[in-house]
Structure formats: C-alpha cells, structure tokens
Design a binder for this molecule. Structure first.
Ligand SMILES: Nc1ncnc2c1ncn2[C@@H]1O[C@H](COP(=O)(O)OP(=O)(O)OP(=O)(O)O)[C@@H](O)[C@H]1O
Ligand SMILES: [Mg+2]
Length: 233
C-alpha cells in the first residue's frame, strides 16, 4: 500500500469515564479508494470510533490523521474545517436539518467547504439535484422539507450530502438498520457505485456481519480494539 492512507489511526485510546477505556487501537488505516466494513456487536464502540474519526470526540492519546493531517493537533474550528473538507458522514439517525429542503440538505457541505465546491463542475444546487435524482428521489420530493420524507428517502438525502463534492472518505454508521434485506443490499450497491464515481473511500459500520461481502475488506471491532486485539490493520 504505497499511497498515503486517507485515514490513519495510531495508538488511539478513548473512554467516556476517566478510568474506563472503550477504544484502544494500535493501528488502523483506510487506503485511497478502498471500502472497509467494520463490524461489531451493539455497544462495542463503533459510533464512538466514528465520532473520533469525525473529530467530534477527541482521543485520550494517539494520532488520527485524515489525508495526512493529524486531527488531534488541530483547534476545534480547524478540526471542523478538516472534517467537512475530507469527510462525508452518514449518521445512524441521518441528522438531516429539518428546516432545510432536500436540496438544501444535500448541498450543505459545499456551503462550508471551498474544497468540495471546487471539486464540482456545476453549482452545488445542480450537483445536489443530480445526486438525489441518481439516488432515486423524484422531482416531486426535491423542494419538500426533509421531515415530510419517508425513512428510505431521508436516507438517500443523507447519502447525497455525504457524497457531494467527492470527499476523500465516507463514513457510514449503520445506515441500513431500518431496511429489509432486499432494500439493504440495493442501498449498499447504490452507495458503493456512487462513491466509486467520486473516488471516495468508504468505511461502513454495522453489527450485521452478513454485509461483509459487499466490501473490499472486513475488520472486526474485537480484533481492532479490546482484549482480542490482533494485527487487523
Ligand atoms: N456520550 C456518552 N457518554 C457515556 N457513555 C457513552 C456515550 N456514548 C456511548 N457511550 C457508551 O459507550 C459504549 C459504546 O457505544 P457506541 O454508541 O459507540 O456503540 P455502538 O457499537 O455504536 O453500538 P450500536 O451498534 O448499538 O450503535 C456503550 O456502552 C455506550 O453506553
Ligand atoms: Mg452505533
């Protein structure tokens, strides 16, 4: 693996309570263009790990680098800027902004990131429209408040918001837990096809081990952190 990883964790520890260590990772990397499936039972720290990668949580020790920039050395504002420049996040509960339309939500990262705006060869609104249409929303839905959409439709808006402007890495936190088997497979295939168009890497987190076949590589939380830890990187 010669190219610089888009994500690199080194000797990262974190716990919510002072005497408690939930995350203890020696090394974990995601290569450019790679898709990685991170599985682990409920409560093993998957969302916490994504919070650390997104710079929403700060590790107790260690380095977390996005495209060569160590997030742990940055101030809060610079961490936020690095996050929106390099990362597309699909949250477990989607976290769409209820007062914005479908297009307003999907275009949002471009309001905060000049880098992602520059990577578009069209206006953010046009790019958002193209993306949500490619993801299966119809014209009727585009100007509606997201609170009026079905769960599946909201999920597609969350994916468009993560993809817009081709961030280097997309992290997805159990976005398929509300879907039935067929829709789940269709959703992952669509997400994978779209992120490949942008050249974005993907880190997809789920407790459902049967999804592993959709990805280049699968890693178990138990191998990565905690007592069963091995060389998973
Ligand atoms: N803000 C918080 N403060 C204190 N403890 C927390 C906080 N958030 C999560 N935890 C605890 O940390 C552990 C890991 O939680 P986390 O949400 O990262 O797990 P998860 O692997 O994402 O689980 P799930 O599959 O259910 O989403 C749990 O025991 C949880 O109770
Ligand atoms: Mg979680």
């Amino acid at each position: 693996m010669s190219a610089e990883p888009v994500l690199s964790l080194q000797d990262v520890t974190f716990g919510y309570a002072p005497g408690d260590t939930l995350i203890d990772i020696d090394r974990f990397c995601v290569a450019p263009g790679e898709s990685v499936f991170l599985r682990g039972a409920s409560g093993t720290g998957k969302s916490t790990l994504l919070g650390l990668i997104g710079g929403i949580l700060v590790p107790r020790s260690g380095r977390i680098s996005l495209c060569g920039t160590d997030l742990t050395t940055l101030s809060g504002a610079k961490r936020d800027a690095a996050r929106v420049d390099h990362l597309g996040i699909i949250f477990q509960q989607f976290n769409l902004l209820p007062y914005l339309s479908v297009l307003g939500n999907a275009a949002l990262p471009c309001r905060f990131s000049a880098r992602r705006r520059r990577r578009l060869d069209m206006s953010p609104d046009t790019a958002a429209r193209k993306l949500v249409t490619a993801l299966g929303l119809t014209d009727r839905e585009l100007d509606r408040p997201v609170s009026e959409l079905s769960v599946g439709q909201q999920q597609r808006v969350a994916v468009a918001r993560a993809l817009i402007g081709g961030p280097d890495l997309i992290v997805a936190d159990e976005p398929t837990s509300a879907l039935d088997h067929d829709n789940r497979d269709r959703f992952i295939t669509l997400l994978d096809a779209q992120r490949k168009r942008f050249g974005s890497s993907l880190l997809f987190v789920s407790h459902d081990a049967t999804l592993a076949g959709h990805f280049d590589r699968a890693v178990d939380m138990a191998e990565l952190t905690g007592p069963e830890k091995a060389q998973a990187a």
